[in-house]
Design a protein around this ligand. Structure first.
Ligand code: DX5
Ligand code: ZN
Length: 219
């Protein structure tokens, strides 16, 4: 019985062996593959573009969860969709016309996701509640792997859960940042069901054991 879905973030993978790392994550029991796209503007770091999504697509049948940490995300949706993304998530803080951007993602046939930075109130979601399929609550400031989990986000996860349970359609609640066996329980109790994890999977020699440890902590 799987209480939660586990989405390993390739940010912490050995990128020289990307395809092997993705296949290893799939073999280890991952549910989704999380791809962190960073533009050096919305966040200080620069990472992956559509070419990497295409490479991940070629390596796995698992859904690819693309987290866009970029300014003007609406400019890049088509390219990432064509590269093989299954879900596209955009930050509230980077989207001037959020409802329109979410609509555009659904028009591409993809799961539309909204991401909240730590300081961004969940109230933003209320007015677009019927326009998205996933909400991602950041539990660190986006930009880097391996940062410490922010416990102040736990009440926000709970409030997001209450809010999305009022929607007429199912909405996924995902968390990202500092997720490890010692933080899983609190986020799952608060209502999270999709767990992104970078360091706590790819920094472990045995990825299957790492994913099992996350699931066990959630159960
Ligand atoms: C951070 C990224 C995360 C990152 C998480 O900006 O959005 O997906 O890979 O890494 P860990 O799990 O190591 O905190
Ligand atoms: Zn992410």
């Amino acid at each position: 019985m799987n209480v939660v879905r586990i989405a390993p973030s390739i940010l912490s993978a050995d990128l020289g062996r990307l395809a092997d790392e993705v296949r290893a994550a799939e073999a280890a029991g991952a549910d989704w593959i999380h791809v962190d796209v960073m533009d050096g503007r919305f966040v200080p770091n620069i990472t992956f573009g559509p070419a990497i999504v295409r490479a991940v697509r070629a390596a796995t049948k698992l859904p690819i969860d693309v987290h866009l940490m970029v300014v003007e995300p609406e400019r890049h949706l088509e390219e990432f969709a064509a590269a093989g993304a299954d879900g596209l998530s955009v930050h509230v803080e980077a989207s001037t016309h959020l409802q329109r951007t979410l609509h555009a993602i659904r028009q591409l046939g993809k799961r539309a996701g909204v991401v909240l930075n730590p300081h961004t109130p969940e109230e933003n979601l209320r007015w677009v509640l019927e326009d998205f399929d996933l909400v991602l609550v950041m539990t660190v400031n986006p930009g880097f792997g391996g940062q410490a989990f922010l416990p102040a986000m736990v009440p926000k996860i709970r409030r997001v859960r209450e809010l999305i349970d009022q929607a007429k359609h199912p909405i996924e609640l995902e968390v990202d940042g500092g997720i490890a066996p010692d933080t899983v329980r609190t986020v799952v109790e608060a209502g999270a069901r999709v767990l992104v994890a970078g360091h706590s999977i790819f920094d472990q020699p045995d990825r299957a054991a790492a994913i099992r440890a996350l699931r066990a902590a959630a159960a």
